[in-house]
Ligand binder design. Structure first.
Ligand code: NDP
Ligand code: OXD
Length: 308
């Protein structure tokens, strides 16, 4: 019985090595190498080739290499009765907290404007925004959203969050899904940290933007299909949204001709807000494999009915 590692880029070898180092006794297989499909008990995947799951008759667990699992649900060969796990990892959390904080300070102090001004050798001071000038709203108060909210609150920001169920987080005003409009009306900086599900797809649209205070700033670090791209371009042109930091896109890599690349109010990063580090994540994968063998409860199991 073995763990099959599946991803279609050069990072696959780091994952195979990290798992092998964690427990040299367990057979870890790169999916491109020859192997017997019936031996595979667990698959560790990131953006796998579509249809791959149907090849493995004895699969008992599918693990995502990241926090998100949308790309597994979207594969028609994934069967919902196969337990699914995802990554919950302190590095993934602290990287996200730091990335979102960096984007917020960049926006408050206008660094993105000065970066643009350099191209014209333009020396022009702009007024700063300060922490007390803004209220930050976080969509999604799960592992990453709640930690990011708490971190920002500790830094002295006014922070509020929105989630399906009511949460209680020190220093953060929490709203449940019945109070989206009130939450939005107070979010000068909106951070998206929702999972991608049928309910959240397209949530960042014209209707939502119209409920934000005029001139709000968007930080989109969850999944590309949350965003209606045309609606954002319109909201930016109308000034309803004053700027956007976008880390994730419906098509990745973003097409070279996409209007976001040249838009003055958009800052693009290549899906790097927080990236799973193989050496940090490998122990929980190995732990889950051993739990599978002993028929024990898995760590970080995804609710396949809720879809996240
Ligand atoms: P969690 O599953 O821990 O949290 C999800 C949160 O969203 C929960 O608070 C949940 O509410 C809420 N939620 C889900 N559906 C709805 C809904 N329909 N309405 C309102 N609230 C909803 O996820 P994580 O925090 O671990 O990760 C969030 C996402 O971040 C990932 O799915 C991934 O897409 C993205 N990500 C992006 C990275 C990047 O580099 N850009 C890196 C890592 C993750 P409740 O608590 O009530 O269930
Ligand atoms: C994740 C990601 O889901 O990197 O972990 O996007």
């Amino acid at each position: 019985m073995s763990i099959l590692v599946v991803r279609q880029d050069e990072k696959i070898s780091d994952w195979v090595s990290a798992l092998q180092q964690c427990d040299p006794e367990i057979p870890i297989i790169d999916y491109r190498d020859s192997h017997q499909p019936s031996d595979v008990k667990m698959m560790l995947v990131w953006k796998q080739p579509q249809g791959i799951f149907s090849t493995y008759p004895n699969l008992e667990c599918v693990s995502s290499m990241g926090a998100g699992v949308d790309f597994i649900f979207e594969d028609p060969s994934y069967r919902k009765q196969i337990p699914m796990t995802r990554v919950v990892d302190p590095l993934l959390v602290s990287d996200m907290e730091e990335f979102v904080s960096a984007q917020i300070y960049n926006y408050l102090k206008g660094l993105h404007i000065y970066t643009g001004n350099m191209q014209q050798a333009l020396w022009e001071q702009k007024p700063y925004l300060r922490k007390s000038d803004v209220s930050i709203g976080i969509l999604g108060l799960g592992v990453l959203g709640s930690a990011t909210a708490m971190s920002l609150s500790k830094q002295g920001f006014k922070v509020q969050g929105w989630s399906q169920s009511q949460k209680k987080i020190e220093g953060v005003r929490c709203y449940d899904d019945t109070a989206l409009d009130v939450f939005l009306s107070q979010s000068d900086i909106l951070v998206n940290l929702l999972p991608l599900t049928p309910q959240t797809r397209g949530i960042l649209n014209a209707n939502l933007f119209s409920k934000l205070p005029k001139g709000s700033f968007l930080i989109q670090v969850a999944r590309g299909p949350h965003l209606e791209e045309k609606d954002l371009l319109e909201a930016l042109d109308q000034g309803q949204i004053s700027g956007a930091a976008l880390d994730v896109f419906s098509q990745e890599p973003l097409d070279k001709n996409h209007p976001f690349w040249t838009h003055k109010k958009v800052l693009i990063t290549p899906h790097c807000a927080s990236i799973s580090a193989p050496s940090s994540v490998a122990p929980q994968i190995i732990d889950n494999y051993k739990r599978l063998l002993k028929a024990q409860t898995l760590l970080n199991q995804v609710d396949t009915v809720k879809g996240y």
